[in-house]
Design a protein around this ligand. Structure first.
Ligand code: NAX
Ligand code: ADP
Length: 283
């Protein structure tokens, strides 16, 4: 594989968020994540990752029934319960929000579909992951038509096949072509996750991420990655570079942790990963 296509810090180091002496939590980036029920772990993993990668404020909007579950295990993440679609819409419609995430643990439902469309309507950056991708398996054009602003789709091979109707090809070259075509179709950055993940932009750029140990094949690792991408988007990184940087950080965190990794272990490794990247940026 062409070396130029391998994801490296040189592709995005200069775009990493930097702190100003007068930064405040809202200026650092406001992330909004929709959490589901009963799979409450996924959105919590994503929220902690978004905060760890530098978002100044991370809000999790959750169905009222699940509020206590979410809130009982989160401290810095703000959990906001919603009773119905109207109250959820009020939470979404906050001009301070810089980036949205939907999908981890969301459930495959009409609610997930319509919530995804509501987020896309804002025109702000949106990361669409997991169940929010599968929810459009029967109507991918509805999703494609709704994309207005920066958007990142993060399917694994199973979700990619359901969303596009195409089983993943056997060779890397064909997989890259599939990812590129899907990025164009949805007018979005498309991250096709796997042992070697493919990052494709709607304008044809491609990066391959192999900075990822197989210990990442563990439930919830993808939720953490979705949170990292959203956290970087909220801090102003462009979608393609935010996705590439997040993949790199995710893999580095797993490598640093070593054997015995579970998804909860990834975010606590981020400070060390960020410190290393900051020292590279200063040289
Ligand atoms: N603690 C939690 O609450 C967790 C919740 N999760 C949530 O669980 C829901 C379902 O996630 P799943 O990933 O199981 O999605 P799905 O159940 O939609 O897809 C999994 C199916 O796709 C197939 N598949 C094909 N290629 C695959 C690949 N490369 N990786 C994984 N599966 C592949 C598998 O055979 C499997 O049948 C999502 O909402 C997700 O966010 C999981 O992320 C795990 C942790
Ligand atoms: N064998 C592997 N080697 C390296 N990375 C892997 C491997 N298997 C999975 N990953 C990575 O782990 C993450 C798994 O995400 P995903 O499939 O969405 O799982 P989940 O939904 O359980 O979080 C992805 O970032 C993927 O690239």
């Amino acid at each position: 594989m062409n070396d130029q296509m391998m994801n490296q810090p040189k592709h995005w180091l200069h775009l990493l968020p930097t702190l100003q002496t007068d930064s405040h939590k809202y200026s650092r980036g406001y992330v909004f994540i929709e959490g589901g029920y009963p799979m409450t772990g996924a959105a919590r993993l994503a929220a902690v990752a978004a905060a760890r990668v530098g978002a100044g404020i991370t809000v999790l909007a959750v169905p009222e029934i699940a509020f206590q579950i979410y809130a009982s295990q989160l401290l810095s993440i703000i959990v906001k319960p919603y009773a119905n679609a109207a109250t959820l819409a009020q939470l979404v419609d906050d001009e301070r929000i810089n980036a949205y995430l939907i999908g981890p643990g969301a459930g495959i439902s009409e609610h997930t579909r319509s919530s995804t469309l509501d987020l896309l309507r804002t025109g702000k950056p949106v990361v669409i992951d997991a169940d929010a991708l599968t929810a459009f398996a029967e109507q991918p054009q509805t999703l494609a038509d709704a994309v207005k602003g920066p958007c990142v789709l993060t399917p694994h091979a199973g979700e990619f096949a359901k969303l596009t109707g195409h089983t993943i090809a056997a060779t890397q070259t064909l997989k890259i072509a599939q990812a590129q075509a899907a990025a164009r179709t949805f007018n979005a950055t498309l991250l096709l996750k796997g042992a070697v993940s493919i990052i494709a932009s709607a304008d044809g750029r491609i990066l391959l991420n192999n900075n990822a140990p197989p210990t990442l094949a563990t439930a919830g690792a993808g939720d953490v990655l979705a949170g990292l991408i959203t956290g970087l988007l909220a801090q102003g990184m462009p979608a393609f570079e935010a996705t590439a940087a997040a993949c790199w950080m995710h893999g580095s965190a797993a490598t640093l942790f070593g054997p015995g990794l579970i998804a909860e272990d990834l975010s606590p490794m981020l400070p060390a990963v960020l410190r290393t990247l900051a020292s590279q940026a200063n040289h």
